[in-house]
Design a protein around this ligand. Structure first.
Ligand SMILES: Cc1cc2nc3c(=O)[nH]c(=O)nc-3n(C[C@H](O)[C@H](O)[C@H](O)COP(=O)(O)OP(=O)(O)OC[C@H]3O[C@@H](n4cnc5c(N)ncnc54)[C@H](O)[C@@H]3O)c2cc1C
Ligand code: SF4
Ligand code: SF4
Length: 620
């Protein structure tokens, strides 16, 4: 049995043919394709269950979030795989969907003077200011006159992933052949030796530490011929597989980013047309990228990514997002807007480098945790979906041939197909596209251009040893804050029991945020506004510190500084305190913890397991 599973008593058990973990685009692509092959042209089931005699094939999917729309991703996508599945997607009636009409990539200068810009960038900024009169430069934003083809989304669409998944979920369930269960986290896979035999759902009626109470109900065991793991960028089931079965020799998952976003209602007189896509770079810090996608009806999805290569130990996405919104180039559009919902989620930016073993006896992996995200084109939805489609085609082949879901059969039917697909070809082109960012922002851009323009033939050499590294405060803010000032700030914040980031940013020149209660609200208030779902009682905490001694000795406590929901706060003995009700399940803590228990795969001192609660807004 698996390392994670501890039995407390009798468990209910069911047997199915196929069980899926998570309902993101990857599993949605898998189930959509599979569902179209389950019923014959005469309306009768095409495949008999191998585990329930006399029944049709039993397929079930468990999603952790409380509805089928934990997307947290406003999406721009070329939608090649999506359109292959749904040629009439534009007519599906998804309210946020619009064709891409205008694309801009904008380099944002720093109008405040608070960001940490290297000398070369400050020089570039000066040149742009000097020659701004003859350049596409306005409101401290330099619009790139030309967008490299690998970044363009021309012919693509924008939409809310949450709304899209709700629509897809209803299509799949309407076939009657597949069940999808939201609010049902999978705690682990059931393993026997090197084979996966099913999944175990989380226990209920337990304390926060997982100890049984009087109301204890053991999570059900779901035995299955095939377990499809599509649990996203920081999925705990994927992490379990990597721990138990190991990872390929060249596997590295050291690149990631935390995406934080708002969905806003734009002012009545907005000049922005549906389908407008704006990507930014350069501000609030050079390595922080931003995006704005405009949906129909004056709704926009906008946000930033705080990446792993950003060396600040106080990397708070929320405060940076507000400064980004207030940048003059964007503020002229956003002033007078109203916040509708908010979200945060990690993105695994290692791409092909973080491809695990894609299949084994009784299981197959799809989506972001199988290395699908394309880090050159900044695209993950279509790729995750495509991986699900490829697996479904393979599964149908094996069902038709009456073959079992062994490693050998899945390798031939699924992995081989994937190797021959456009997904693989493009993943190889993008493989080292982000390599330069480890050396700095300018090197990062050079690296992306090199990979993009040579179609991956040339690239910078990646370095994998910096994963969750940050600089000490004294180094990162050298020249801006003296060690004495830093100590003073630390003492003040410790006395108030708050993270450091606001005090540090205030002191190095970031202006305070002019809260308006409408778009610019405090970090506490955004939890109340943005679709936050309270965690139901009776479940174990899903964020756990593995070794408290490491926390006591940890200087930077980046987990607290980076926590998207302020769910991790300073504790009296140096160990962060976790408040489940504030957690938005973004995974930032596990990536941002600087103390690693293992490097390959990166596993930090925070273990993230699937739990209840989090965010729920279909618009996300
Ligand atoms: C802010 C942001 C903006 C983005 N913008 C774009 C964009 O413009 N274009 C683009 O193409 N891509 C974009 N992406 C990336 C894209 O969203 C992902 O690549 C894509 O969603 C990956 O799909 P997936 O199915 O692999 O995983 P996910 O979408 O993460 O889905 C996994 C699902 O599994 C569930 N789950 C996890 N563990 C368990 C468990 N143990 N039990 C049950 N359920 C579980 C999760 O709740 C989740 O619903 C963006 C990402 C972010 C964070
Ligand atoms: S969880 Fe990691 S980053 Fe947070 S205090 Fe502990 S060791 Fe430090
Ligand atoms: S504790 Fe929750 S909200 Fe905070 S970083 Fe971790 S997953 Fe995100």
């Amino acid at each position: 049995m698996s390392e994670v599973i501890q039995s407390h008593g009798e468990r209910p058990r069911i047997d199915v043919d196929i069980v899926c973990v998570g309902f993101g685009p990857a599993t949605a692509g898998f189930l959509t394709t599979l569902s179209r092959h389950l019923v014959g042209s005469d309306g009768t089931p095409k495949f008999k269950s191998r585990v329930c005699s006399g029944m049709p094939l039993q397929v079930v999917c468990y999603e952790r979030a409380d509805d089928l729309c934990f997307g947290v991703s406003g999406v721009v996508t070329r939608a090649r795989a999506l359109r292959e599945s749904f040629p009439e997607l534009e007519k599906a009636g998804i309210p946020t969907l619009a064709p891409v009409t205008l694309e801009k990539v904008v380099y944002l200068l720093d109008p405040i003077g608070a960001s940490s810009r290297p000398f070369t960038l400050r020089f570039v900024d000066r040149l742009i200011r000097l020659f701004g009169w003859c350049l596409p430069y306005r409101e401290y934003g330099f619009e790139l006159p030309w967008i490299p083809p690998f970044l363009r989304k021309h012919g693509g669409i924008v939409f809310s992933l949450g709304q899209f998944l709700q629509w897809v979920g209803s299509q799949i369930m309407s076939t009657g052949a597949i069940q999808i269960w939201p609010s049902t986290p999978v705690s682990a896979v059931i393993t026997e030796g090197k084979a996966v035999r099913g999944v175990r759902l989380v226990d209920q009626g337990v304390t926060k530490k997982g100890e049984p109470t009087e109301a204890y109900t053991p999570g059900m065991d779901v035995w299955a011929e095939l377990v499809v793991v599509g649990d996203g960028p920081f999925g705990s089931v994927s992490a379990q597989l990597d721990r138990e079965f190991g990872v390929p020799e060249n596997y590295h998952n050291t690149e990631w980013a935390i995406g934080m976003k708002f969905v806003v209602e734009l002012p009545q007189d907005t000049p922005l047309k549906p389908g407008t896509v704006i990507h930014t770079l350069g501000f609030p810090e050079p390595g922080i990228f931003g995006f704005m996608y405009v949906y129909p009806e004056r709704v926009a999805s906008l946000g930033i990514f705080v990446p792993s290569w950003f060396r600040s130990p106080v990397r708070t996405a929320y405060r940076y997002l507000q400064h980004w919104i207030l940048h003059p180039y964007l503020w002229r559009y956003l002033k007078g807007s109203r916040l509708r919902s908010w979200g945060a989620k990690s993105i695994n930016e290692s791409g092909k480098h973080a491809e695990p073993f894609l299949a084994g006896d009784g299981y197959a992996r799809i989506g972001e945790n199988s290395g699908t995200t394309n880090v050159l084109t900044g695209s993950g939805v279509d790729e995750a979906w495509a991986s699900g489609v490829i697996l479904a085609e393979a599964v149908v082949d094996l069902l038709e041939q009456g073959k079992p879901f062994t490693r050998e059969n899945l390798e031939k039917a699924y992995v081989l197909r994937r190797r021959q697909s456009w997904l693989e070809k493009e993943a190889l082109i993008a493989k080292n596209a982000r390599a330069g960012f480890q050396k700095g922002f300018i090197w990062g851009l050079i690296g992306m251009a090199l990979s993009g323009f040579t179609r991956g033939k040339l690239s910078l050499k990646p370095s994998f040893d910096k994963g969750t590294g940050v600089d000490p405060l004294t180094k990162y803010y050298a020249g801006k804050l003296s060690p004495k000032e830093i100590e003073q700030i630390k003492e003040e914040c410790a006395a108030r029991g708050v993270p450091l980031h606001d005090a540090i940013m205030d002191r190095v020149g970031w202006p305070s945020i002019p809260f308006d209660g409408q778009l610019l609200v405090s970090h506490q208030d955004v939890l109340l506004l943005g679709g936050k779902v309270q965690a139901a009682p009776g479940y174990a905490d899903h964020v756990m510190v593995m070794d408290p001694a490491l926390c006591k000795a940890c200087e930077e406590k980046t987990c607290i500084e980076a926590c998207s929901g302020q769910a991790l706060m300073p504790g009296p003995d140096g160990v962060p305190v976790f408040d489940r009700d504030k957690c938005v399940h973004c995974g930032a803590c596990t990536w941002n913890c600087t103390k690693l228990l293992s490097q390959k795969p990166v596993q930090s001192n925070i273990r993230f397991t699937a739990g209840v609660g989090g965010l729920h807004s279909a618009e996300n």
